[in-house]
Design a protein around this ligand. Structure first.
Ligand SMILES: [Zn+2]
Length: 335
């Protein structure tokens, strides 16, 4: 039987190749100098492969990027540097800022960074809120898959489950001990269900305020109510309005509304001549219950207006909307 296309091995030729192999191969693959991976290039590769290194920058430009950022590809091997931690003191690339924030707090599965980013996109979480959640509240991102996200905030573990028609928020199980401390037990219970994608961001507000309340309670139970009092004092001193214009008979104010309540307090007394808003404001996220308004008040009504603004602040405080005061402080600090 003869196999089609079968050619006997040309052993002579093979032996020749083997003998000359070294010389041949050396000549054939002798790379030009530019093809040898330089020490700098190999250093870059090994850093990029190491998940401990999260951010990259050029020694010449000193702008920090997420390691996945397109701009990183344009950094030369010689100038290439990486960091393991997020350095907010450096100039930060705006294109990859969001990914940098998220990567800083990923504890498990760093290679799934894009799924983490996508989960926060689905939660309609703006960068300001993301920063607050991840840094002020020290959230840790511990698990992700295409339809869920698990994070820890102030010891509590939260699981977001995305469905086609709703978002479910689960909270870790726990039992309350006699001394009011909690012991965590395995598993989760359903905390809330959100049915409108545009309100999914409220799920994040919910866990932020849960963390605040847990914190407040702890502070109240241990060191008297010092922390709570401090916060109340802050609410009392910070102004939620700012004078921006004055004419012969009127004063125009800018104010921070909370939950559409401003009109209720100021229109009740018919003290506003003219109101506009919400005005574009870069420190109020789309998903936050705040808005900046502008209103013109008769000079004779200014004290009634200020009283209405105090009622608005009290309303926010009694609703535990502690972020309100931070937004007001930002307005105060703005020129
Ligand atoms: Zn970048």
């Amino acid at each position: 039987m003869k196999l089609k296309n079968y050619k006997p091995l040309d052993t002579d030729k093979i032996m020749k190749q083997l003998h000359n192999g070294k010389a041949v191969s050396e000549k054939a693959v002798e790379p030009s100098l530019s093809q040898i991976p330089s020490v700098a290039h190999r250093r870059r590769q090994s850093m990029m492969d190491n998940t401990n290194y999260k951010y990259a920058y050029s020694r010449k430009k000193l702008i920090l990027h997420d390691k996945d950022c397109e701009s990183v590809k344009h950094i030369s091997d010689e100038d290439f540097e990486m960091l393991t931690t997020f350095d907010s003191q450096m100039a930060l690339c705006s294109a990859c800022y969001r990914k940098m924030l998220i990567r800083a707090t990923v504890v498990n599965q760093p290679r799934k960074i894009n799924l983490y980013v996508k989960a926060f996109d689905r939660l309609c979480c703006g960068n300001k809120k993301l920063h607050k959640l991840l840094f002020d509240h020290k959230a840790q991102l511990i698990d992700v898959d295409p339809n869920s996200l698990t994070i820890i905030v102030n010891k509590d573990k939260w699981l977001f489950q995305f469905h086609s028609d709703k978002l479910e928020l689960y909270h870790n199980n726990y039992v309350v001990n006699d001394d009011l401390t909690r012991t965590f037990t395995p598993g989760f219970h359903l905390q809330s269900v959100y049915r409108e994608p545009r309100y999914y961001g409220l799920a994040l507000s919910e866990i932020i305020s849960y963390s605040w309340n847990a914190h407040l309670k702890k502070e109240k139970d241990s060191a008297g109510s010092s922390y709570y009092e401090e916060l109340k004092a802050k609410f009392d001193t910070v102004k939620n309005y700012k004078q921006i214009k004055e004419s012969k008979y009127h004063i125009t104010f800018q104010l921070i509304d909370y939950n559409y309540q401003a009109l209720r307090f100021i229109s009740g007394d018919k003290i506003v001549v003219n109101i506009r808003g919400p005005l574009p404001c870069d420190y109020i996220g789309r998903d936050e219950p705040f808005a900046m308004l502008q209103c013109r008040v008769r000079k004779s009504d200014v004290s009634a207006f200020k009283h209405a603004m105090k009622l608005l602040k009290d309303h926010a405080f009694s609703n535990k909307e502690y972020e309100y005061i931070e937004v007001c402080q930002t307005m105060e600090a703005e020129l």
